[in-house]
Structures are given as structure tokens and as C-alpha cells.
Design a binder for this molecule. Structure first.
Ligand SMILES: NC(=O)c1ccc[n+]([C@@H]2O[C@H](COP(=O)([O-])OP(=O)(O)OC[C@H]3O[C@@H](n4cnc5c(N)ncnc54)[C@H](OP(=O)(O)O)[C@@H]3O)[C@@H](O)[C@H]2O)c1
Length: 286
């Protein structure tokens, strides 16, 4: 058996066509152009590509994307002041903070300071709480991307075993909530998980987001499983994921490649959230 390769680029371009039409409609209805601002602190090379792709995607669908760039040693007080200014700026409809942050800045403090209505990443406690409650609106972007792919592939989740390798606040935890909201049986694995393979072998859907190249090979999966590879690792052979693609493609039912799988869909999903924050900001009666 050879797995079906899930084409993330195709899913993303279908999404962007729909989003561009929606943006067009919103512009003519509200006589305003959606504008989002990304706060960038220092220069972390790993986020450069993602930023570039996101700006390009914004441009394609008619959303204005600008950056507020600060030096690595900016104080937390100064960043908080800037977030407050963006919260109060009627011409800014969405705010993002590019992660990772320098160690002296509290990610939690900065994210909590964003007006939850402008929280494009869906990481503010209000939006996370809604996701957890099953009242999903602005859902964290990478989990939304994984869900979008599974829905596109009409993957049954109810009663299925979903195994997620990642327990971060922005990927694993909200993704587990999305899967539980759809009545999957969810296992979350992380570095302290004993016998990872024992868990991954049970997965009807295996989602790996560790950043460890070739952590998962065909010995870790069961026949016919759907494999979603979130990992992005820069290797000497180019960009790779967590999954040993060559060995697993023979055993899996469906699989996302890296590159060309989750990444492009994640960029498109950020646009979906930008439309939501724009709608939160514009006044129907204006
Ligand atoms: N494709 C996309 O759109 C997209 C979006 C976001 C992130 N990513 C990629 O996804 C990867 C993870 O990103 P992240 O920001 O979530 O990183 P992160 O916060 O460092 O999370 C990595 C997770 O993997 C777990 N882990 C690491 N090594 C492991 C091992 N050997 N066995 C089991 N679990 C292990 C970690 O557990 P502990 O917490 O216990 O250490 C952690 O939960 C990166 O490669 C990143 O580039 C891709």
C-alpha cells in the first residue's frame, strides 16, 4: 500500500480564493481594508520565512500586513505600551506577536495584553477558553490548520484514536481540545512520555509537532493511519519534517509531506483569523 499524499499547497490555494472573495465583500461593505500588525522583537531567523510567506498571502487576498520591529533588548514595559497603542488604534484590526521571544520577555504577559478581539493567533486566554469550551471562534492557527486538513480529507474523528506529539500552549493543548470537541479519543505525548511508540501505534490519526527530524518512522505507525507532520526542520538536505516520509508512505493511509503539507495551510488559516478579528473590530453601524 502507498499512502495518499495530502497536498497542502492545493488546500491553501483553494482557501485563499475563498478568503480573497470574502475580503472583497468586507471592503465594499465597511469601506475599510483589513490591516494587521505583527510585533517582531530581535531577529530570529527561523521566523523569517513564515513572516515572508504570510505577508505575501495577505497581499494576495487584499489584507494590509505591516510590522513593528524592535531591538532584542527592548523592555517589557515598552512592548506593553506598544500593544496598548495597537489595541486603541481603530485602523489596526489584528495583532500578532512573532514567537519565539527573547528570554527576558514574558510571552504570557504580552499575549494577555492584546485585546482579545484583535488576537489573530487565538492565544489570548479568552479565545483559548472558548476553544476549550467547544465555542470555537478564533482558534490557534496551527491547530486550525491541522483541523482544516483533516476536514478537507473528510477524516472521521468521532471515536477515533488521535495521538498528538506536542504539548505546547500554541499547538498540542489547543489541538487536543479541537479533537476532543469532535469526540476523538486523544493522547498527548511529549518528552517525558515513556515508550512513545506504544502510543503512536494506537493512532488512527497521528499528529507530530516536535521539530525532531525522523522521530517517526514506519515502526511507529499502524497500517492505514493518517499522518500529519507539523514539524519544520532545516537540514543540510533542505526543509524536512518529524516523519521519515520514505518509510511511512508505504504503511500510512494518508500523509502530509514537508514541505508542501501543513505549512501552506497554516499561512492560509492565519488569514481566516484575520477576517474574524476584522469583523470583531468593525462597527456594523459605521
Ligand atoms: N507547519 C507549521 O505550520 C508549523 C507551525 C508551528 C510549528 N511548526 C513546527 O512544529 C515543531 C514544533 O513547534 P513548537 O513551536 O510547538 O515547538 P515546541 O514548543 O518546542 O514544542 C515541541 C514539542 O515536542 C515535544 N518533543 C520534543 N522532542 C520530543 C521527543 N523526542 N519525544 C516526544 N516529544 C518531544 C516537546 O515536549 P516538551 O514540551 O516536554 O519538551 C514539545 O511539546 C517545530 O518544528 C516548528 O517549526 C510548524
Amino acid at each position: 500500500m502507498t499512502a495518499k499524499e495530502i497536498n497542502g499547497r492545493k488546500i491553501a490555494s483553494e482557501l485563499k480564493i475563498k478568503i480573497a472573495k470574502e475580503v472583497e465583500g468586507l471592503k465594499s461593505k465597511y469601506k475599510k481594508t483589513p490591516k494587521i500588525t505583527t510585533i517582531i522583537i530581535g531577529n530570529d531567523s527561523s521566523s523569517e520565512l513564515y513572516l515572508r510567506l504570510r505577508d505575501k498571502a495577505c497581499n494576495e487576498v487584499g489584507i494590509i500586513s505591516n510590522h513593528l520591529e524592535f531591538k532584542e533588548d527592548i523592555t517589557e514595559k515598552k512592548v506593553l505600551e506598544n500593544i496598548s497603542n495597537l489595541n486603541n488604534d481603530k485602523n489596526v484590526h489584528g495583532i500578532l506577536i512573532q514567537l519565539p521571544l527573547p528570554a527576558h520577555l514574558s510571552q504570557t504577559k504580552l499575549i494577555n495584553a492584546i485585546d482579545s478581539r484583535k488576537d489573530v493567533e487565538g492565544l489570548h486566554p479568552y479565545n483559548i477558553g472558548k476553544t476549550l469550551n467547544g465555542d470555537e471562534y478564533i482558534v490557534p492557527i496551527t491547530p486550525l490548520s491541522v483541523l482544516t486538513i483533516l476536514e478537507h480529507e473528510k477524516t472521521e474523528l468521532k471515536g477515533k484514536n488521535v495521538v498528538i506529539i506536542n504539548h505546547s500552549n500554541h499547538v498540542g493543548k489547543p489541538l487536543a481540545a479541537l479533537m476532543l470537541n469532535r469526540n476523538a479519543t486523544v493522547t498527548i505525548c511529549h518528552v517525558f512520555t515513556k515508550d512513545l511508540k506504544k502510543h503512536t501505534m494506537t493512532a488512527d490519526v497521528l499528529i507530530s509537532a516536535t521539530g525532531i527530524n525522523k522521530l517517526i518512522n514506519s515502526d511507529f505507525i499502524k497500517n492505514g493511519a493518517t499522518i500529519i507532520d507539523v514539524g519544520i526542520i532545516n537540514t543540510k538536505d533542505g526543509i524536512c519534517g518529524d516523519v521519515d516520509y520514505k518509510s511511512t508512505i508505504i504503511k500510512a493511509g494518508k500523509i502530509t509531506p514537508v514541505p508542501g503539507g501543513v505549512g501552506p495551510v497554516t499561512v492560509a488559516c492565519s488569514l481566516i483569523n484575520m477576517i474574524k478579528t476584522f469583523k470583531n473590530c468593525v462597527d456594523e453601524n459605521e
